[in-house]
Design a protein around this ligand. Structure first.
Ligand code: G3P
Ligand code: CA
Length: 257
């Protein structure tokens, strides 16, 4: 059974990680009955809340040089995270979401019957020495989402973060993300994780890496997979998780006989 993760929400349709992008992903999952992970990156705002944003600064997504950690949630909420894309949703749907809001959206969608889960990525160590992993663990524990049945997966490129997450949330599944260079990962022992998520471009270059991981008893996920040919290529290699900007397209290919 393959897993699909909506990368930054349904980000091919709406500006990434906005309320609109997550609502569209949830709406698609609810309508089709498909299982869908909602992927997000989290980092701190100036008032110590975890917000869903990918970049270290706001240039690309909101046209400002500031870093998310320089602005409060109230200030971030006033920014327009949508007008930089060609087809923009209504203004009220262009705002960023906090992790607390995304947890609530996910819980409400699940209560209404949608098979949605979360894939939360720790990003950018916080310059003010607050610990993203500690906060995340506390927020998940508050909801009772800190055990093996939680609808949550924790993902990260950062080995220190992976280790802290394993210590704080031992029951919650984790994914080590790999990009840039596969060389060290062929020869070194990988950390104790069941799932490894690999950049599609690396797997195109070095498809044997999937077999290498599978032979170690691991599952392999891939990102960011938007083209049907890439989905078929990865599926045939044995990849079982697909992070994509356009979940319906990936779902359609995985449904092929
Ligand atoms: O899910 C993996 C993917 O999100 C990692 O890449 O840069 O989009 O966070 P990035
Ligand atoms: Ca991410």
């Amino acid at each position: 059974m393959s897993a699909i993760f909506a990368h930054r929400g349904w980000s091919a349709r709406h500006p990434e990680m906005t309320r609109a992008a997550y609502q569209a992903a949830i709406g698609w999952a609810a309508t089709t009955g498909a299982e869908l992970g909602l992927e997000c990156d989290v980092q701190f705002s100036a008032d110590d809340q975890l917000v869903c944003l990918h970049d270290e600064d706001l240039r690309r997504t909101a046209g400002l040089p500031d870093r998310p950690v320089d602005l409060t949630v109230a200030e971030l909420k006033r920014l327009d995270f949508g007008s930089w894309v060609r087809v923009s949703p209504e203004p009220e749907e262009r705002e960023l979401v906090t992790l607390a809001e995304l947890l609530t959206m996910t819980a409400e969608a699940r209560a209404a019957g949608a098979a949605v889960t979360l894939a939360i990525e720790t990003k950018h160590p916080n310059p003010r020495a607050l610990d993203v992993e500690d906060r995340l663990a506390a927020m998940l524990a508050d909801r009772g989402w800190d055990g093996p049945d939680a609808p949550v997966r924790l993902i990260t490129f950062d080995l220190d973060s992976l280790e802290r997450l394993g210590r704080l949330l031992p029951g919650v599944p984790r994914t080590l993300l790999v990009h840039r260079d596969l060389t060290p990962w062929w020869d070194c022992a990988l950390p104790d994780v069941t799932v490894v998520g690999v950049d599609l471009t690396l797997l195109r270059r070095d498809p044997g890496f999937v077999e290498h991981l599978l032979s170690q008893g691991r599952e392999v996920h891939a990102f960011t997979v938007n083209h049907p040919d890439d989905v078929r290529f990865l599926r045939d290699l044995g990849v079982s998780g697909f992070t994509t900007d356009c979940p319906p397209e990936v779902h359609a290919v995985l449904d092929e006989p």
